[in-house]
Ligand binder design. Sequence first.
Ligand code: GLU
Length: 490
Amino acid sequence: MMTTTRNVRVRIAPSPTGDPHVGTAYIALFNYVFAKKHGGQFILRIEDTDRVRSTLDSEAAILRALRWVGLQWDEGPDVGGPHGPYRQSERSAIYAEHSQILVDKGAAYPCFCTEERLAAVRAQAKAVAEGQTPGPSGYDRHCRGIPREEAKARVAAGERHVVRLAMPTDGMTIVRDRLRGDVEFANNTIDDQVLLKSDGFPTYHLANVVDDHLMEISHVIRAEEWITSTPKHVRLYEAFGWEAPEWVHMPLLRNADRSKISKRKNPVSLDYYRDTGYLPEALLNFLGNLGFSIGGDREKFTLDDMIEAFDWGKVSLGGPVFDLAKLTNLNGLYIREHTPEQILQRLREWRLSDEFLRRIIPLVHQRMERLDQFIPQTDIFLAGDLDHAPVAALLVPKGRDAAQTAAALSDLLDALDAVRPFTKENLEPACRAFSEKAGWKTKELFMAIRVAVTARTASPPLFDTMEVLGKELCRRRLRAAAELLRTRKA
Ligand code: GLU
């Protein structure tokens, strides 16, 4: 379809607001493969413009996870490059400058509306929508009519404002997508997007477009969920007078029931796959099969095979299903192909490393009288799943029933998701706060947690244990315990 003479430069641009997501690895894989296929560069950029939700811990976890799967970037954090810094929070001056360029061109304008006014406008738009009368949603472009000189004076006087993109109010914006063809958006359905927030930080849209341009990105390969943002981006490229990249919106990964992949139905953190002993090359192979067909019914291939065979014509859009059983099956094929010596090596890279053993020894060694006790005392750290059936009754504190305990453990799962870093110093106050909120005595809650994460009533100190197990295994076991209680009750 489209050809380009530009050097291939692609990027993955994660926001460091949570655990490293399988969706990030999925999109990174296609970017990486496309770059390698064409002798181009694969860039990693950290989009941490959300100052409240972004953390350095999450950023570090993303870098670690991408390295673990084997998708090393050519430019970006740690490795540097000519277009850095690669962390958006260190590029604020660039965005402010570019926002000003748009204002000077009349393609963007300062908006002085207060939160109260915006809330009233939104409420009205909602009322209109509910009344089924078509009308603009969101912002009513109130400040777009302020004469330019007046707006300039108010900005100069220090009046609090944001900067908004002046979207055309009629006509269409066409997104030429490599996989979807031309996708049309009616301009009057698109809000005047905030580009620069009142604290001077950019929104995703401005920072993303400015950086893609300055970093000379030739192809934007990202998840389908961004396609509704793309007309705004197309408009930004036009307004700046820049050549837009080619757009490729990959299909969304789905749960077995076809809903968008979510952590309620599938583990989505890459750390989960690492901790439960999936091999990175098997995971990449599995992700490579989602939406891409290497030919015939062949499902097992290496990264190099994929690069060799890659072509957009082999990518299809029918929502690929993230089938954990399939992944496990494929992983087994890889495991069985290893020699015993290679398995030894793999085990050492996984949890039988000196590093990991050094973390668990202090938790048990004062309770050991013979070396052979080490194994039964530490098996909970080396197993993925535990059998909760023999301890099911112990999960439920006196005076509580199975349903209440299951509900508390499930709620705790969500609360633990936000604990970052997952250290005993953070876990203890989080669990205490949770017990208070849930109206549970800490003693009874802590015992339920202990039984859920270790399948026993006595274990090394609870929060030390949880820290060493890591978030993914803890959550998995809490989920398993809650499910067991639910089915027992039924
Ligand atoms: N920061 C966005 C994300 O978290 C990047 C989307 C894009 O690739 O444009 O996925």
